[in-house]
Design a protein around this ligand. Structure first.
Ligand SMILES: *Cc1c(COP(=O)(O)O)cnc(C)c1O
Length: 418
């Protein structure tokens, strides 16, 4: 073990009590190889990023070629072909006229940029008092201060910072008439303080892989139109095939005003994100006043290696049957996980696109299960009370069966031992 405990600070990890991390020395397809030679089948694609599996030769080739030409250059006053090509390709593949692309380095930062876009757009429309956001219970939008303010307030990862956050309006997701009426009454208040509504469409990811119907998104779109509120879809988790379509919003036939993308944007190879706005949002910044510009500019924005990887990843969605694979995973995941439904302690089994979920009664088995999965030769990390699969979209049926069988055994043992 080269990773000494306490030198690299681990994410969301109690350093005193956590089991030491496993050291990965290489990866290929759906497999991670550990020091010592053991390998694990990855059931969660490195936090849902590695949609084409690890080290796809097309992406690797594109990154190598870019590395030999221009690994990085600042984006202020300069540009480069990978960024321009990526922006064009994103505009072509996104629905509606979402086509003005701000490139950053992490998902959280792209959400921050989307929030800035919304506040500045409202100010440009003569509505400077509209500077707050409406978001939903169960939502997750990042770990930075502005994004924490729009996450589920009960969610344990951020509770300690509650007093340092700007208060936003976080409501139950409008999936019943009463809840919709609640959202309606907030948005119809005059004068409204809300600049934008922010939601992860169809699947709330880190908040527990919770699904909702496309109808929720259609209701929000019409309410936002009625009240001149912007609608932001955070598709950082759902984008690039994860829910069975390229973007989740397509399944509702709804176009948001701003969309955020990251996670699978580079096929899991390099950190990159995008906040993409419609022409109408973009034009709100179009002015002779330099101070009316979008005030954001990360040092490593539009990194050429990341952009080259993202261009190659988008090409793979055209060249290979990735979306068909994602859609067929929905049936495969549900069939493979369904036997878990009868295990003691299991409250729900569900699948949407390439996400399969076994929900249990409580999170008491979390740490025990995480260790047990690695012993079973699979890489699966339950989130709270949710044991889930979100594998590389290229996974073969046998490997999927292995993952599902491991979930069955581990959840069965947990249920029997409670
Ligand atoms: C992961 C995630 C983020 C944050 O992205 P980072 O790259 O971790 O900052 C934001 N929103 C959603 C929906 C995510 O899944």
């Amino acid at each position: 073990m080269t990773a000494a405990r306490g030198v690299t600070w681990r994410p969301y990890t109690q350093m005193k009590t956590a089991a030491p991390p496993l050291e990965v020395v290489s990866a290929s397809g759906v497999r991670l190889t550990l020091r010592g030679g053991r390998s694990l089948i990855d059931g969660i694609a490195s936090w849902w990023t590695a949609c084409h599996g690890y080290r796809h030769p097309h992406i690797e080739g594109a990154v190598k070629a870019q590395l030999e030409r221009l690994p990085h250059v600042m984006f202020g006053g300069l540009t480069h072909a990978p960024a321009e090509r990526l922006a064009d390709q994103l505009a072509a593949v996104l629905p509606g006229d979402l086509g003005h692309v701000f490139l950053a380095e992490s998902g959280s930062v792209s959400v921050e940029v989307a929030m800035k876009m919304a506040i500045q757009t409202q100010a440009a429309r003569g509505q400077p008092h509209r500077s707050r956001f409406l978001s939903f219970h169960g939502g997750y939008h990042g770990d930075t201060f502005a994004t924490m303010s729009v996450c589920d307030p009960e969610e344990g990862m951020h509770r300690r910072f509650a007093r340092a956050l700007v208060p936003q309006v976080v409501l139950p997701l409008p999936d019943t008439p009463d809840r919709l009426a609640n959202v309606q009454s907030v948005l119809r208040q005059h004068p409204s303080e809300i600049a934008a509504v922010l939601i992860e469409p169809l699947v709330q990811g880190a908040g527990g892989m919770r699904f909702h119907d496309p109808e929720v998104l259609r209701s929000l779109r019409s309410l936002c139109d009625e009240t001149d509120t912007l609608l932001i879809f955070d598709e950082i988790m759902t984008g690039f095939g994860r829910t069975g379509s390229m973007f989740a919003c397509e399944q509702a036939d709804v176009v948001p005003d701003i969309i955020t993308l990251s996670k699978a944007l580079t096929g899991g190879t390099l950190p990159l994100s995008a906040a993409v706005a419609t022409k109408e949002v973009f034009m709100a910044f179009w002015s002779d006043d330099p101070e009316a510009a979008l005030m954001h500019g990360p040092t490593y924005m539009a990194n050429p290696l990341g952009c080259a990887a993202a261009v190659a990843s988008l090409e793979l969605f055209e060249r290979e049957p990735r979306l068909e694979q994602a859609r067929s995973l929905e049936v495969q995941l549900f069939e493979a996980l369904r036997p878990c439904a009868k295990l003691p302690g299991v409250v729900d089994v569900r699948a949407r696109g390439a996400i399969g979920v076994v929900q249990v009664e409580d999170a008491s088995g979390l740490h025990w299960m995480r260790r047990r999965f690695a012993d079973e030769g699979v890489w699966i990390r339950p989130l709270g009370d949710v044991v889930y699969l979100a594998p590389p979209l290229i996974i073969e049926p046998e490997d999927l069966e292995t993952l599902a069988a491991a979930i069955f055994r581990v959840v069965q043992q947990w249920g029997a031992g409670r």
